[in-house]
Write a new protein. Structure first.
Length: 158
């Protein structure tokens, strides 16, 4: 990442930026029904605002020289049952990694992931999880993320 960009720590006032980036990310990944995205936006805004306020969500943005947000990433700090991987009972779940199309392939998402990982280590988080799109998978694999045996069942009508 060159000097034309700066990493900025997200605050509660940035919830709407996080919601917007999340929606655009989902629009690019799959053709979701706009009504489902609208419902997600409304509920996610409440959720992320609450978690930003409590410190259970932290996020970063990359801004360009014009002070425009061009990339972002977030970390949801999850409380779990202590286990061999997370003896502290906390795990970080990486969310909302997004780069505006005109700014891709410049190392911005990688820089955000390095920043996020360094922050997590410094705060005692011992493992990170994420859900990777096909587009993002090579980046995450290059950073040491591995496929795990995680299963899910959707209870929504498809």
């Amino acid at each position: 990442m060159d000097n034309a960009f700066q990493v900025w720590f997200a605050t509660v006032d940035d919830a709407s930026l996080i919601v917007r980036q999340r929606r655009v990310m989902f629009e690019e990944i799959r053709d979701f029904d706009p009504a489902r995205l609208d419902a997600m936006d409304a509920n996610y805004n409440v959720w992320v605002t609450d978690l930003l306020s409590s410190g259970n969500y932290v996020g970063w943005f990359v801004i360009n020289e014009a002070q425009e947000v061009v990339a972002g990433a977030g970390l949801w700090i999850q409380r779990l049952m202590p286990n061999p991987r997370e003896a502290s009972g906390y795990r970080g779940h990486v969310v909302n990694v997004y780069t505006e199309p005109d700014y891709r392939h410049r190392g911005l998402a990688r820089q955000l992931m390095v920043t996020l990982t360094d922050w997590a280590k410094a705060h005692g988080i011992t493992s990170l999880t994420l859900n990777a799109s096909d587009y993002g998978r090579p980046l995450y694999e290059s950073l040491g993320f591995e496929q795990d045996n995680h299963m899910i069942k959707s209870l929504l009508d498809n």
